[in-house]
Design a protein. Structure first.
Length: 401
């Protein structure tokens, strides 16, 4: 198959990592794969196989460099039209919408598969674009959701029958076990009789939805109450919340216990020297960082943030799942800090996620959907009603032909 993959960029976290890995593995299976990105292709955080042809369009709109919707749609439409693809696979809500809008009324339009990487029940695109999403997603030949929660949202809102394909987890590199053993035996200069601190880690974009602010609030509360002071936290990631989070740590006297590590190319060395991973997100799609932490044998405390969180965690067996409230997060962290037996038991069971969410199974599932769609084995929706589009135009300056 000739497969056109579309995503905003490779400069980011979970979805970008999965797209780079999926495109590369499909190419290794002897498919002709091209990766279209909306950015300029100058910022790449995830490796891409040399067998994949990368087509950066340089139309990613930012506050510093706004690009009109007309320009984005024209450039994307031209790239898809010129690609001669048997099937197009698009990742992420805004990009999915652009792909569907840009191919409206296209002659010889290739079949399209949309992969929704978050739950529309929690992550809104705004009223106008949500209206469009509800009407354009059903025009795709197939829609993929990360979990049953996401599929249920899509099913209830639009006339689609989503296919559930969870994300895959990267297994730890070969040297990880040695690094982890070395880290656990490192001597820490502490007063005699003082136990070493529990080493916590959190990974994610420093944006409001990731809940890092309430993580710091929870730790400040434990520190202030005197119930759990024996901890250190490393936060991996960057984003707009960085200044506010740093200020909060200083204002509440925990700055000496919190280290902001920024973006790192590989999380494994820092996971190897950690004891527990905290997921404080307000909502999630399928949290890759949590899966990696579990694959690395860390105890996990996760907020029930929807999406795939519940699919991964067996509460009390392979991780600790708490309600999506700040109070429950405090209680969960206190439990993992104070109960050594529980922490060790969860850590010992966590790596089983590698068996349940392996790359081969995920690529097999995507390849099967793409094959069926390209062979027209899935019912193809009819084209949108032109009168409906006239009554409700897609957006200012939107090109539909």
């Amino acid at each position: 198959m000739k497969i056109g993959c579309v995503i905003h960029s490779l400069d980011g976290g979970g979805a970008e990592r999965v797209m780079a890995g999926l495109a590369s593995r499909l190419a290794m299976r002897h498919h002709d794969v091209e990766l279209i990105t909306l950015d300029d292709g100058k910022h790449q955080r995830h490796p891409l196989s040399e067998r994949v042809k990368w087509v950066p369009l340089d139309v990613l709109s930012t506050d510093e460099r706004p690009v009109s919707i007309r320009t984005r749609l024209k450039r994307l439409r031209s790239a898809i039209d010129a690609g001669g693809y048997d099937v197009v696979l698009s990742f992420c809500d805004s990009t999915n919408l652009l792909v569907m809008m840009s191919t409206l009324c296209m002659r010889g339009r290739p079949p399209i598969v949309l992969s929704e990487r978050s739950d529309p029940a929690h992550q809104t695109l705004g009223a106008a674009r949500e209206w469009l999403r509800d009407r354009l997603y059903p025009r795709a030949e197939a829609v993929i959701g990360l979990s049953e929660d996401v599929a249920a949202t899509l099913r209830s809102r639009m006339n689609v029958s989503p296919i559930v394909i969870p994300s895959a987890v990267e297994p730890p590199p070969h040297e990880y076990s040695k690094d982890r053993t070395t880290s656990s035996h490192q001597s820490i200069a502490l007063p005699i009789g003082t136990p070493p601190p529990i080493r916590l880690i959190a990974i994610g974009r420093l944006e409001p939805e990731k809940g890092l602010a309430r993580l710091l609030e929870a730790l400040a509360t434990l520190n202030r109450n005197g119930t759990s002071k024996n901890w250190r936290l490393k936060i991996l990631g960057d984003g707009s919340e960085m200044p506010r989070l740093r200020s909060y740590a200083v204002e509440h006297g925990i700055e000496s216990r919190v280290e902001f590590c920024g973006w790192v190319d590989s999380v494994w060395p820092l996971l190897a020297e950690s004891d527990a991973f905290i997921l404080p997100s307000h909502y999630e799609g399928f949290p890759s960082a949590m899966l990696e932490a579990m694959a690395g044998g860390l105890a996990v405390v996760a907020v029930d943030a929807g999406g795939g969180v519940r699919s991964v965690i067996r509460n009390g067996e392979n991780a600790l799942l708490v309600e999506n409230t700040s109070e429950s997060l405090v209680e969960g962290i206190q439990t993992i800090l104070s109960d050594n037996v529980l922490r060790e038991r969860l850590a010992s069971r966590a790596p089983e996620v590698c068996d349940r969410f392996g790359w081969e199974a995920m690529v097999d599932s995507y390849e099967e959907v793409l094959r069926r769609v390209s062979n027209r084995e899935i019912d193809i929706p009819t084209n949108p009603n032109p009168r409906d589009l006239e009554a409700h135009p897609p957006a200012p300056n939107c090109v539909t032909q």
